[in-house]
Write a protein of this length. Structure first.
Length: 160
């Protein structure tokens, strides 16, 4: 069998090419940033999510987790500092903190219609993060907390 006919080789090549393309676009956006608009931030978050997704599929979990944390950071910068810190501290996420976040998102629904914040991308990012944390038994509680957070965000069903 020729190496180029091997399906896993083709997948690796496809992932590598996609990763390189997404990274080029990300670098281009970062180098040509004209303003700190939320649309720009959303574009960056989307690219980082796609890069993290590719790393995840390539089983490069540390790199994937790094990208996903950056995505979450971009999204949480839209929230008030206290709420942002609450959702960033993955080891301390409780049902109460999830309820606080969910209530905040519900109460500010009108505001979030005018910014390119996509709850579904944030929830998907959290799901990937939870999957990575599930790989290590010592991080099971953290994974469950993040999974609950993703579920709470998905329950809002607002994707503007």
């Amino acid at each position: 069998m020729i190496l180029s006919d091997d399906p896993s080789f083709k997948n690796t090549m496809n992932y590598t090419i996609s990763l390189e393309n997404f990274q080029k676009v990300l670098i281009h956006l970062l180098n040509n940033k004209s303003s700190a608009t939320q649309q720009f931030d959303y574009d960056i978050a989307t690219l980082r999510y796609k890069i993290g997704e590719i790393y995840f599929k390539m089983e490069k979990y540390e790199q994937a987790l790094d990208q996903f944390k950056k995505v979450v950071g971009i999204y949480l910068n839209v929230f008030p500092l206290t709420l942002s810190n609450l959702a960033r501290n993955y080891d301390a996420i409780t049902d109460t903190s999830i309820l606080i976040l969910q209530n905040y998102l519900f109460e500010h629904e009108y505001y979030f219609r005018f910014i390119p914040l996509r709850y579904s991308l944030l929830a998907a990012t959290y799901r990937y993060m939870a999957s990575i944390y599930f790989l290590e038994p010592k991080h099971i509680e953290t994974a469950l907390s993040i999974y609950k957070l993703a579920t709470a965000i998905e329950s809002i069903q607002q994707d503007y």
